[in-house]
Ligand binder design. Structure first.
Ligand SMILES: Cc1cc2nc3c(=O)[nH]c(=O)nc-3n(C[C@H](O)[C@H](O)[C@H](O)COP(=O)(O)OP(=O)(O)OC[C@H]3O[C@@H](n4cnc5c(N)ncnc54)[C@H](O)[C@@H]3O)c2cc1C
Length: 263
């Protein structure tokens, strides 16, 4: 992830504001008492040129504006998805310092992982360090078992890991997630197979159309009876999640899929 550093921004802002002041006062003799109007406008032109020298166009697929927890979490997940986001941290935007409202408090007590609480500034420094470290995805692999070693239940989180680059991948499922995951994974894998158990998909038509017209996606239906020996490097489950709400049964209203009914 790239930061648009605040020092550089500050510098630009100072130069910019100097320029704006000069531009708006260029005809006022109190500001440039010894200048003729011609001299004032050439000084303004030089200021503008200096300010413009520092400006260049940044191209990115994902621009995150802000520097609080929300922005950093977005940057962390986007970095893991190899979107190479650029985060603009701003300067006293909305009256808040770079690094969020939490820089205004001493003790944050409710962030899991900090047994004795943590100073708000320190916490936000850590967000920043993690977001910048995750420039390279796949750094948090689990040393045990196949989870995160090739088997995953989250294509968006894990799909960009180097172990899946240009490899054959499989997604299991037939709903919207099973259409979305392979579409996403085609950015990294060579071919993505969708394996599903019925002869029709439950996914919405639009999601199906997006996935099934992708030349890097192939569909394998277990009802066809075809036996395949696929040498795949990644297997992604997209078969839905069972909400852990059984203990609430009889106490709160649960929908047919087990989710708590909220409205
Ligand atoms: C005194 C105080 C104590 C708090 N204590 C706690 C606590 O103990 N525990 C807790 O959970 N919550 C606490 N909160 C609430 C917590 O700070 C917020 O819920 C949290 O910071 C929200 O995060 P955010 O990323 O959505 O936004 P913010 O923290 O508001 O961050 C937004 C950031 O984006 C920047 N920004 C805004 N506009 C732009 C722009 N146009 N360009 C560039 N940058 C921009 C701002 O400068 C700011 O740094 C506290 C809040 C305060 C004020």
């Amino acid at each position: 992830m790239s930061y648009c550093p605040k020092n550089k921004l500050l510098n630009l802002l100072r130069r910019g504001s100097k320029f704006v002041r000069k531009a708006s006062n260029s005809s006022a003799p109190t500001v440039t008492p010894t200048s003729t109007p011609g001299q004032a406008s050439s000084a303004t032109a030089i200021s503008l040129t200096l300010a413009m020298d520092d400006l260049h166009t940044l191209k990115t697929r994902l621009c995150i504006i802000g520097s609080g927890p929300a922005a950093h979490i977005a940057a962390i997940y986007a970095s893991r998805a190899e979107l190479k986001p650029i985060l603009f941290e701003g300067w006293m935007a909305n009256g808040i310092a770079p690094g969020s409202q939490l820089t205004m408090t001493t003790e944050v007590e409710n962030f899991p992982g900090f047994l004795d609480g943590i100073n708000g500034n320190k916490l936000m420094d850590r967000y920043r360090v993690v977001a910048m470290r995750l420039d390279f995805p796949g750094s948090a692999e689990d040393p045990g078992g196949f989870w995160n070693q090739g088997i995953s239940a989250c294509a968006v989180r894990d799909g960009a890991a180097p172990i899946f680059k240009n490899k054959l991948l499989v997604v299991i499922g037939g709903g919207d997630s099973a259409m979305e995951a392979p579409t996403f994974l085609t950015k990294y894998g060579s071919i993505v197979y969708i394996i599903h158990r019925r002869d029709t998909f439950r996914a919405s038509k639009i999601m199906q159309q997006r996935a099934l017209t992708n030349p890097k996606i192939q569909v394998k239906n277990v009802l066809s009876g075809e036996v395949l020996d696929l040498k795949v490097s990644g297997l992604f489950f997209a078969i839905g999640h069972e909400p852990a709400t059984k203990f609430l049964d009889g106490q709160l209203e649960l929908g047919s899929s087990g989710y708590v009914v909220t409205a």
